[in-house]
Write a protein that binds this ligand. Structure first.
Ligand SMILES: C[S@@+](CC[C@H](N)C(=O)[O-])C[C@H]1O[C@@H](n2cnc3c(N)ncnc32)[C@H](O)[C@@H]1O
Length: 465
């Protein structure tokens, strides 16, 4: 269905007239920041915004709105002649039926940048995420949902299906920024500015009960709070401003304390354990400071289940866990492959590799190699494997690594992805390497934000014939 866009420029915001007489450098296009447009809002786009157009044909990426709304959009970034502008909906003239009043008092234009969809009903948030995944699959991999073996739904984590206005408390790791006056807050969208807060609604109970927002953090740049799942371990990681002394950390619950070293960015122990213990798939995982662990308390188990249901590991098989972190999937595979099976994990982080070796010490036939997948995988001498799990960072795996994986002829591949765009691009490369998507499952492991987690199961295209 085509939708008519008849945007009108209606007025200029005072911010754009701050220096009206200042001559513009000849080569510098005029900033449009502060200018306002009345627009009809089109579809959702990847990144937590929707698409609209100015009457000059410029694309507007508008936050704080929903598809089908009519809003006044104020430009936050961009200049005349640019292909696209960023904007915030500062006034809603005609509201979507999916709109609710944001439950969080810190959400809204120019405020906290942590959540994108506070103003959308929970079911609508998942639908929007599904539309983004479908659009990326179509545009970057040429796949319809049916061709990807996906029913188009985005599944909430267990316990997260709540009525509109209620917010799941899921964030077990929160990075607070600190104002120069020492107050904890969260960064504003695409900004270094801090929105001071007294409570984050999506923070897990174990984080909230530390009372970070009530303390004075003068001298700190940021304070990260971690509440482990399945253990009582709590940790804060302090990043001091240059030359600042560490405060005495007295919180409402006992914590271990780490600091980020100014010189080398390394994370060093101040007191307590230098790691937290996370439970998933029936095992305990040591996760050192700075190491990766899924943020939603249900995410690790949800993803292990989806990966194992897709791969159906058989006793005695050989598997790879690429980008293995502290060994979540390597352990799950080793458990299911039995004494005759074998798992090789590859991970670039030194500390994560130490943790993975510690976590998987009970399995004789698990090996963890440190280094980048793209460098280590070709050096292993492995010419064939049965199963591969890859769980790369947001940038995805890329053409060379995908080709390398396909050349090992696995019978199934599980691709765990936190960015649907990188996933869709890589699925295209897998197709070039002779693999097709068998099933895709999409999980809302980041409620209230625009983020989403996908698990794609691939198999050789020849098998499907
Ligand atoms: C999304 S995390 C997944 C970790 C693990 N699978 C889990 O679920 O806990 C991605 C991991 O890849 C690692 N990494 C990033 N780039 C890498 C590369 N080029 N080669 C190997 N590991 C990499 C990061 O250190 C991180 O531990």
């Amino acid at each position: 269905m085509s939708r008519s866009h008849t945007p009108l420029r209606i007025w200029s915001h005072p911010a754009m007239q701050a220096e009206p007489n200042k001559p513009q450098a000849e080569s510098q296009a005029r900033s449009l920041v502060g200018e306002e447009y009345e627009v009809e809002v089109g579809p959702v786009a990847h990144g937590g915004h929707c698409i609209a157009r100015t009457d000059e044909g410029q694309v507007l990426f508008v936050r704080h709105t929903l598809p089908g709304e009519r809003v006044v959009a104020r430009v936050t970034d961009g200049e005349e002649g640019a292909r696209f502008l960023r904007a915030d909906a500062v006034s809603v003239l005609s509201a979507s039926k999916d709109r609710i009043e944001a439950p969080c008092p810190y959400a809204g234009p120019g405020r906290c940048g942590g959540c994108d969809w506070q103003h959308a009903k929970p079911g609508a948030q998942r639908r929007l995420k599904g539309e983004v995944v479908a659009e990326q699959l179509q545009r970057l991999a040429g796949l319809t949902p049916e061709e990807a073996g996906w029913d188009g739904t985005v599944l909430p984590a267990e316990g997260d299906k709540l009525p509109a206005g209620q917010v799941p408390q899921w964030r077990t790791r929160v990075q607070y920024a600190v104002t120069p006056e020492g107050q904890a807050g969260l960064r504003r969208h695409r900004s270094h500015e801090v929105e001071p807060i007294d409570h984050c609604m999506i923070a897990a109970e174990g984080v909230s009960e530390l009372g970070i927002e009530k303390r004075d953090w003068t001298g700190m740049e940021s304070v990260e709070a971690i509440a482990a799942t399945g253990s009582q371990d709590r940790q804060v990681i302090l990043t001091p401003r240059p030359g600042a002394r560490l405060p005495l950390v007295e919180l409402d619950k006992p914590v271990s304390v780490m600091r980020v070293e100014e010189k080398d960015g390394g994370v060093h122990r101040v007191h307590g354990r230098a790691f937290v213990r996370e439970r998933a798939d029936g095992r305990t995982h040591r996760v050192g400071s700075g190491g990766f662990w899924q943020v939603h308390p249900k995410a690790a188990d949800t993803l292990v289940t989806a990966v194992m249901q897709g791969l159906l590991p058989r006793k005695g098989e050989m598997a790879l866990d690429l980008y293995c972190g502290v060994g979540l999937f390597a352990g799950a595979l080793a458990d299911r492959l039995g004494d005759q099976g074998a798992v090789l994990g590859i991970e670039s982080g030194k500390r994560a590799v130490e943790d993975a070796r510690h976590n998987l010490a009970a399995f004789d036939r698990v090996r963890i190699e440190q280094g980048k997948v793209e460098a280590v995988l070709p050096r292993t001498g492995i010419t064939e494997v049965d199963l591969v799990v890859l769980d790369p960072p947001r940038a995805g795996a890329g053409r060379r690594t995908v080709a390398q994986i396909a050349s090992l002829d696995p019978r199934r591949i599980a691709y765990v992805a936190c960015d649907p765009a990188a996933l869709a691009r890589d699925l295209g490369y897998f197709r070039d390497g002779g693999y097709r998507v068998r099933t895709l499952r999409v999980f809302d492991l980041f409620p209230m934000t625009s983020h989403v987690e996908c698990v794609a199961i691939l198999e050789p295209a020849s098998k499907a014939l």
